[in-house]
Design a protein around this ligand. Sequence first.
Ligand code: MG
Length: 388
Amino acid sequence: MKSLAILGSTGSIGRSALAVVDAHASRLRVASLAAGDNADLLAEQVERYRPDVVAMAAREGVGRFERLCGTRPAVVAHGAEGLIAVATHPSVDIVVCASAGTAALEAVLAAIEAGKTIALANKEVLVMAGALVTEAARRRSVDILPVDSEHNAIHQCLHGRTRAEIRRIILTASGGPFRNHPIGTLDRVGPKAALQHPTWRMGRKITIDSATLMNKGLEVIEAHWLFGVSASQIDVVVHPQSIVHSMVELNDGSVIAQLGVTDMRLPIQYACSYPERWASPLPPLDLTRAGRLEFFAPDRDRFPCLGLAYRALRTGGTLPVVLNAANEIAVEVFLEGKLGFTAIPRVIERTMDAHAVEPVSTLQVVRRVDDWARVQARDAARALELLV
Ligand code: MG
C-alpha cells in the first residue's frame, strides 16, 4: 500500500489523481490533501478519503472548510506551512505535486529532504528552481517522476537507458487552437477563443500557455532538468492528434515513442505504480480510429514564446524564473481582456531584456527575482495595454 499526498487536490490533475486512487483502492490510499480555495470540494474529498492532514491556501478557506466538513482530520493547516505539513507527513510515500503556480516550491524541497518520491505535475518547480530541486533529489536519492504527459512519455521511453545513449528528446505539441489561424489576425484573438484547446481539457492558465506554445517552452526547460540534456538536444514537433506523447532518439538512430489516449490518469497512474505497471480502467488506444498521425515543425514566428523559452534555458541562471513570472502576469492580464494575444510574448521579452541574470544559488534568490519580474511585467503590460 502506497500513501499519497496530493498538493492541488481540487484542481484538474488533483481530481484525476483521486480517480486513480479510486481505481486502485487496494494499492493506494490518501494520506494528506492540500487545496487552494475550493473549501466545498475539499470537504467532500475529506469525507470520502479521510486523510490525516489537510491544508488550504488561506486561513479563511480553512474556516469555511471546518464549517462544511463533518470529519475532522488530525491536522488542518494553511499557507506555506500547511503545504509543507501535507507534503512531509510521516505516513506519506509519494507527493503528487499538482498545485498551480509557485506556491509548492518550498513544500517540494521539504518533501525531497524527507525522502518522499515526487510525482511532479507542476512545471514551475523545475522551471524556477530546477538546479536546487534536482541537486536535492540526487543528494537524498529521491525519484522525481514526471506526471506532465510529455515527460512521463520520455521517462517511459528511456526505461533503462543511460544519458549517454540519448541523442535527442522530441517533445510533441498539439499546436493549440491557433495552429492554422491567419497570423495577421492573431492580435485580435480573445480569451474565449484561446481557451478552446483541441485535444486536452485543462485549467485556464495552462490552456492559454498551450495556445501561445509557452507550455511547450516551459516543458523544454523541464526536460532539461529531468533528463540532463542540453537545449540543443531538445526538439519540439507539432502533432495535432496528441496520440504520440513524446519520443526519444537514441544514439544509434532508433526513435522510441510512447503512445496513449489523452487522459491524465495514465501518467498519474504510471508515477504511482512505478516501477511496476498496473492494469488500467482506461479505454484502449484505437489507432485505426485515429487514422492518421501528423507531424509539423513549429512556426516560430507565429509562436515567439517557444523561442523565448529556449533563450531562457540557454542563458540559464535566473532567466527562466523571469520567463515564468512574466508569462504568468501576461496571461493573467490577457484573461482580464486587457492585453492582446500577440502582446503576451512582448511583455515576456521586455521583462527578460530588463533582467540582470544571476546564478540560482538559493530559494531566496528565486523568490526575489520572481517578485521583481512580476512587478516589471505588470509595468510592461500596462505600457502595451494602450496599444491593443
Ligand atoms: Mg504537457
